[in-house]
Design a protein around this ligand. Structure first.
Ligand code: HEC
Ligand code: HEC
Ligand code: HEC
Length: 140
């Protein structure tokens, strides 16, 4: 096919197109990297009776998805409380349960406690700090 524009112009347009395609890929990855950065500030867990602080820093080695799990094939960075709304401890997937349950229906998922239990192993001090109630690192 014979183009209307002279050859040199086509050549430049082609290059510009390629550059802008590369640029948009780079920009897209960059903005995703920002979107996937964990908050540096200490957050307060939403639906607890007494205040409970959550810090991403000691969890930096983990994959985000270990806590911000997939829901219907999509990852969600919303607050856990956006979906785990039930304040009644005994309700299915209540806020209390997804934090404290010692087992999960889906063995690939972990609550705060199932993971902390594994991390602490037989170390008594760590068990108290990471899986205890009072005077633990979670509750005063
Ligand atoms: C050990 C579990 C855990 C890991 C790992 C984790 N997070 Fe979180 N994240 C939380 C909890 C808990 C909250 C607070 C939710 C709440 O209070 O309901 C939170 C909150 C957030 C929020 C704030 C949501 C809002 O609406 O304010 C963002 C954003 C976020 N995490 C991003 C990330 C990213 C990105 C990663 C991976 C680099 C990551 N998190 C890893 C547990 C985790
Ligand atoms: C977009 C909604 C949504 C968000 C946000 C969400 N979850 Fe879930 N979660 C669900 C659904 C739905 C289930 C039950 C289905 C399943 O097992 O996938 C579930 C199940 C779980 C389970 C497994 C319970 C069991 O016994 O198998 C855990 C643990 C859990 N969530 C923790 C969290 C944590 C911690 C956060 C916040 C960092 C969070 N979820 C954020 C919707 C959500
Ligand atoms: C998949 C594993 C995993 C999950 C899930 C997890 N944690 Fe942790 N958590 C860790 C590890 C690893 C540490 C660091 C332990 C150490 O210091 O040896 C830690 C440490 C902590 C500490 C102590 C921080 C300090 O100052 O030393 C708190 C508090 C804590 N986690 C809260 C939570 C809460 C709340 C949740 C659930 C929303 C949660 N964690 C879920 C792995 C996990």
């Amino acid at each position: 096919m014979k183009s209307i524009a002279p050859y040199w112009l086509n050549n430049i347009l082609g290059k510009l197109l390629r550059i802008s395609a590369i640029l948009s890929i780079v920009l897209c990855c960059y903005s995703m990297a920002i979107a996937f950065e964990a908050p540096k500030a200490i957050l307060m867990m939403e639906l607890t009776k007494k205040p409970v602080a959550f810090d991403h820093v000691p969890h930096a080695e983990l994959e985000c998805v270990q806590c911000h799990h997939m829901v219907e094939g999509r990852q969600s960075f919303q607050m856990c409380s956006a979906c785990h709304q039930a304040k009644d401890k005994k309700a299915e997937n209540s806020y209390y349960k997804v934090i404290h349950n010692k087992k999960t229906a889906n063995p690939e998922m972990s609550t705060c406690i199932t993971c902390h239990k594994e991390i602490a192993g037989k170390d008594k001090k760590k068990r108290k700090a990471l899986t205890g109630c009072k005077k633990s690192k979670c509750h005063e």
